[in-house]
Design a binder for this molecule. Structure first.
Ligand code: SAM
Length: 261
C-alpha cells in the first residue's frame, strides 16, 4: 500500500540521516584529535576541573555540540557522588543535576544524543539538549550555577551579546568559563605555530575531511579573535568579576573565567 511504501521510505530516510550524522561526528572527532594531537581532550578536562562540578548543579554548556564537555561534567559529578561527600554537599546529592547542552546546529545535538545513549549518560534525565543561539538564550535569568563554552565563541556574530547572555542566565556566584583557541606570544614557537596553522591545517582538512576552505576559515577565525587581554576586558565589560585567564601550550588555547557577583 501507499501507506506501507511511505513507512519504508521514512525508515530508510531516518537511517540515511543517521548515517550522515555518524559520518559527520566521526570526522569531527577525528579532525579534533588530529589537529590538536589529542590535546583537546586534556584541555576539556582542565576546563571541567576548573568548573568544580557538584551534584545537583544546574549547568549550561553552550555550543555543546557533540556533548564532549557535558559528558565530562557528569563524569566528575559521579565521582563526587561516589566519594559520598558530607556537609554542604549532602543536600545537593539528593537534588537533581541538570546539564543543559545548547547548540545552534541540530545535527551536532543529534550526534551528541546518540553518543549519550551509547555511553549511558543522562538516563536519569540529567542531560537536556536544547537548540538555541548563544546570542539570545531562552533560559531564565539567574538560573544556572555554571556556564561553559568550548571552541564556540570564536564563531559567533556578536561576542558581546554572548557574554551578556551568559551573565544574565548565571545565578549570583555562578561561574563563567570559556575555552578557546587563542594567541601564541613566545617568539620562535609563534613562527612554528603560524606555519602549522597556515600550511598544515588546511592541508590535513583537505586530506581527511575533503574540505580545505572550512579549515582555512578556521585558521583565519583564530587570527581575528581578540587577544587574551582584550577578551578578558570584554568579559569584565559584560559585568563579570574576578576575570582571569590561563594559557595552555603557550597560548594555543586559553581558558578565561569570571564570576557573576
Ligand atoms: N564544544 C564542542 C567541543 O568543544 O567539541 C563543539 C565545538 S564546535 C568547534 C563549535 C560549535 O558551536 C558547533 O557545534 C556549532 O554548531 C556551535 N555554534 C556556532 N555558533 C553558535 C551560536 N551562535 N550559538 C550556539 N552554538 C553555536
Amino acid at each position: 500500500t501507499s501507506f506501507g511504501f511511505k513507512q519504508v521510505n521514512e525508515e530508510e530516510k531516518s537511517r540515511m540521516v543517521g548515517d550522515v550524522f555518524t559520518s559527520v561526528a566521526s570526522k569531527y572527532d577525528l579532525m579534533n584529535d588530529l589537529m590538536s594531537a589529542g590535546l583537546h581532550r586534556l584541555w576539556k578536562d582542565r576546563l571541567v576541573s576548573m568548573l568544580n562540578p557538584f551534584p545537583g548543579m544546574k549547568h549550561l554548556d553552550l555550543a555543546g555540540g557533540t556533548g564532549d564537555v557535558a559528558f565530562r561534567i557528569l563524569e566528575n559529578i559521579n565521582k563526587v557522588k561516589l566519594r559520598g561527600l558530607r556537609g554542604a554537599f549532602q543536600d545537593n546529592l539528593e537534588a537533581e543535576t541538570r546539564i543543559y547542552v545548547c547548540d545552534i546546529n541540530p545535527n551536532m545535538l543529534n550526534v551528541g544524543k546518540k553518543r549519550a545513549m551509547e555511553k549511558g549518560f543522562g538516563e536519569d534525565g540529567s542531560l537536556i539538549w536544547e537548540e538555541g543561539n548563544a546570542e539570545s538564550l531562552s533560559f531564565q535569568t539567574d538560573s544556572m550555577d555554571g556556564y561553559t563554552i568550548a571552541f564556540g565563541i570564536r564563531n559567533v556574530t556578536h561576542i558581546e551579546e554572548v557574554l551578556s547572555e551568559a551573565h544574565r542566565v548565571l545565578k549570583p556566584g555562578g561561574r563563567f568559563l570559556c575555552l578557546e583557541l587563542s594567541h601564541v606570544g613566545i617568539p620562535i614557537f609563534k613562527d612554528l605555530y603560524d606555519y602549522y596553522s597556515f600550511s598544515v591545517i588546511p592541508y590535513v582538512g583537505e586530506l581527511v575531511a575533503g574540505d580545505r576552505d572550512s579549515y582555512q576559515y578556521l585558521v583565519e577565525s583564530i587570527r581575528r579573535f581578540p587577544s587574551q587581554e582584550k577578551f578578558a576586558s570584554m568579559i569584565a565589560d559584560a559585568g563579570f568579576e574576578k576575570v582571569e585567564y590561563e594559557n595552555l601550550v603557550g597560548g594555543v588555547v586559553a581558558i578565561h573565567s569570571g564570576i557573576k557577583i
